[in-house]
Every structure is written in structure tokens, then in C-alpha cells.
Design a protein around this ligand. Structure first.
Ligand code: PMP
Ligand code: GLN
Length: 397
């Protein structure tokens, strides 16, 4: 029997300090305790039947072996068509797209391929949890620009962004629409990012997994692709994923779009992470990307109703909630309810009334924990009855 205390085997793994992600932890806790899970962002309704049916048929038809390294041709073509149709962005399916195991692998392969020791990556805080881990794995340093709650949602100070850029900066890693805040970066904000990337010769990686989950209404924002800004095409990797758009988070089909030399660098890393994945699911997603726009609008229309149900319900309970412009997520100021430790607040909520949500501290650097410690994230990509049950339970809190 190895003595794990003294043996070299006990040496912590590279990301040992990260432990289990809070999403997995909260989902497990919800399952074990019978809590309503408004934590991890996954929908509880099936995606478009056309998408599911194509994948089912593909399995029956024998599309069950390795896909080509860059992805199934049908999906590469569909991604290129979708980019042209949606963003007037012309993309060569043979050299400018790589299919990945979800956006998570796309982000990891991009950062690992292009950043290393001595480099800095600028990102906005709060940031999606995989960014910190991935930047650390690459050996680069993370520098964050705070997004602060503002009248029209969340905003950053342009001077903070300028100030975050140093001679070591290699990349700006941007998530729009943004998890967890639901912020859609405005045209002017993206123009500033573009200006700085050009001025300092930086790469941009944009995580756009919520590109189709933008809500409508007065003063509704429009999601724009940084890669379509002047001179940005040659320095931008655009990342997206089928998980959110088609409610298939378990399929893990994502992609990267960018100029051939950058996509080749990312492919070199990706091929030794997973090589390829999800052959029949790639075919399902290809069918999804070819669905008429009104099918996608129907999904976001239903999600907007759930947003209004959850946010309206929380408001009527007196919970201070920020209604997001996009995504699956709403932010609640737990500080105003007496919560000064977001994690403890979430644990109390599960135990006392049986509702699981996410402490926003996990989206902040250790030294900025106090900013996230008042905030908790509610996911509303759930059925009407599930949200109603959560609100009933919260009324007893
Ligand atoms: N980026 C953001 C901002 C996310 O919220 C998520 C979670 N879905 C991902 C990336 C990962 O996407 P995927 O499940 O496709 O790996
Ligand atoms: N993106 C999902 C969320 O923010 C979680 C994905 C995961 O569990 N890694 O809830």
C-alpha cells in the first residue's frame, strides 16, 4: 500500500487547487437532496426534433467512426453557411473551421496553442470558470477587467481595459453574450476591443456560445461578431457551440472559426486532446444550423418567457434580480438579502428550501472574491413548472 502522505504520488495535480467545478457540485447536491436545480446551465426540454432525428438516423446509418480531423464536411459547410447568413462573414469550410469537443475544448486548444509562459491573457471578470484553469495550464498569466453592475446591466471602464494591456499581452479572451451576467457587448465596446487588438498586435478569442440566446424588446441589444470588425478577421478566433442553441449540452459539439494559420495552430493541439468527437452528433448539428431562423427564434422566445417568469417571480418575492439581455442566467444580489458569503448562501438555500443556484464567487479571481460574494446566479433554462416550483419554495425562505 502506497503511503500517499509521503510518496511522490501525493504531489498535487496541475490543477489540483481547482477541485470539482461548482456546476458539478451543485448538480450533485441537487440530485442527492431532491432540490430544484437552477444551478448548472442545461435545459430540461429537448431541442428541435429535426436535429435529434438526424443524429438518431446517422447512428442507424453507421456514422459511428472517427470524423475527419477538422470535422464532418456537412458540418463544416453548415457552419460556413450559417456565418454567411447570420453575420455576412465569408468563411472557407476547408481551411478556416475546426470542429471541437464543445466550446470548452475550443477555448482550451486555442489558449494552449497560442499562449505560454511570459504571455498575458486579458479577460473580463466575472469570467466563465474554464478560462482561469485553461490560462493557467498554458503557463500564461490572467489579467482581468472588471464588469460592474450598472443601470443598463453590466459595464466596464474603458480605461481599465486599456490599463490591463501590457507588452506581455498576447490575447483578449472575450465572452459575448456573457455568462454569468447575460451582458451583450455593445458595438462601441467591441470597437474598442478591436482598436486595442490592432494597436497592440493582439489576438482575440471570442466565446459566443450564447449567440442565439439574445432577447427581444425595447432597446434589445444585437449580438455582433468581433471577427467582422475591420481588420479583425486575421487576428480573431470565433468560438461557438451547439449545446445552447439546440439544447444539446451533452453532445459537446463546438467549433472555432478563424484565419487558416490560426486554425491550423489550434488543430495541432486539438488533435492530441480528443482527435475528433461525436460523428453522428456533428451531422445532427449540421441539420440544426440549416434550420430556418424562425425555428431558432422560437427557442429564444420560450426562453425569454422563462426569464420573465423567474425574474418577475423573484421581484414579487422582493429579491433584487438583474434581468439579463441574453443567455440562460439571472443575477440576484444576495447581499441585499443578508447573504455576505455567496457559497454559504447557496448551501443554505439548498438545505432550507431545496433550490440549487450558483455562487458567483467562482467567476472571480481569488483576490476579487468580495465582488462576487454578494451575488448568486439563477439558471432559467427550465420548464415552466420547474421554475414555478422553485419560486414556491423560495417563498418559504
Ligand atoms: N463558454 C461559456 C461562456 C459557457 O457558458 C459554456 C457552458 N456551456 C461553455 C463555454 C462551454 O460550452 P460547451 O458545453 O460547448 O463546452
Ligand atoms: N456552462 C454551464 C454553466 O455555466 C456549465 C457547464 C459545466 O458544467 N461545465 O452553467
Amino acid at each position: 500500500m502506497v503511503n500517499t502522505e509521503s510518496s511522490r504520488l501525493a504531489r498535487p495535480g496541475r490543477l489540483g487547487a481547482y477541485g470539482t467545478t461548482v456546476f458539478a457540485e451543485m448538480s450533485a447536491l441537487a440530485a442527492a437532496s431532491g432540490a430544484v436545480n437552477l444551478g448548472q446551465g442545461f435545459p430540461d426540454e429537448p431541442g428541435p426534433v429535426e436535429v435529434l432525428e438526424v443524429a438518431r438516423q446517422a447512428i442507424t446509418d453507421g456514422a459511428n467512426q472517427y470524423a475527419p480531423g477538422r470535422g464532418m464536411p456537412a458540418l463544416l459547410d453548415a457552419i460556413a453557411d450559417h456565418s454567411r447568413r447570420t453575420y455576412s462573414q465569408d468563411v472557407d469550410p476547408n481551411s478556416e473551421i475546426l470542429v471541437t469537443a464543445g466550446a470548452t475544448e475550443a477555448i482550451a486548444a486555442s489558449v494552449l496553442a497560442l499562449c505560454g509562459a511570459g504571455d498575458e491573457v486579458v479577460t473580463f471578470e466575472p469570467f466563465y470558470d474554464s478560462y482561469a484553469a485553461t490560462i493557467e495550464l498554458s503557463g500564461a498569466r490572467r489579467r482581468v477587467v472588471p464588469l460592474e453592475p450598472a443601470d443598463d446591466g453590466w459595464a466596464f471602464d474603458p480605461e481599465e481595459l486599456r490599463g490591463a494591456i501590457t507588452p506581455q499581452t498576447r490575447m483578449i479572451l472575450l465572452n459575448t453574450p456573457h455568462n454569468p451576467t447575460g451582458r451583450v457587448f455593445s458595438h462601441d465596446e467591441l470597437a474598442l476591443v478591436a482598436e486595442l487588438c490592432i494597436e497592440h498586435d493582439l489576438l482575440a478569442v471570442t466565446d459566443e456560445v450564447y449567440e442565439h440566446l439574445v432577447f427581444s424588446g425595447p432597446a434589445a441589444p444585437r449580438h455582433e461578431r468581433l471577427a467582422t470588425f475591420d481588420q479583425m478577421r486575421e487576428r480573431t478566433l470565433t468560438i461557438s457551440s451547439a449545446g445552447k442553441t439546440f439544447s444539446v449540452t451533452g453532445w459537446k459539439i463546438g467549433w472555432v472559426i478563424g484565419p487558416p494559420f490560426l486554425v491550423s495552430s489550434v488543430t495541432a493541439v486539438k488533435q492530441f486532446l480528443t482527435f475528433t468527437n461525436g460523428t453522428p452528433f456533428q451531422l445532427g448539428v449540421a441539420a440544426g444550423l440549416r434550420l430556418p431562423d424562425d425555428r431558432l427564434h422560437r427557442v429564444v422566445g420560450r426562453l425569454q418567457e422563462r426569464r420573465d417568469q423567474l425574474c418577475g417571480g423573484l421581484e414579487s418575492l422582493g429579491w433584487p434580480v438583474m434581468r439579463p439581455q441574453a443567455t440562460y442566467f439571472a443575477t440576484v444580489d444576495a447581499g441585499a438579502l443578508g447573504g455576505t458569503d455567496a457559497r454559504q448562501f447557496c448551501l443554505d438555500l439548498v438545505q432550507s428550501v431545496g433550490v440549487a443556484v450558483i455562487p458567483m464567487t467562482v467567476f472571480y479571481d481569488e483576490q476579487h472574491r468580495s465582488s462576487g460574494n454578494r451575488l448568486v446566479r439563477f439558471a432559467f433554462c427550465k420548464r415552466e413548472s420547474v421554475i414555478a416550483e422553485a419560486l414556491d419554495r423560495l417563498a418559504k425562505w
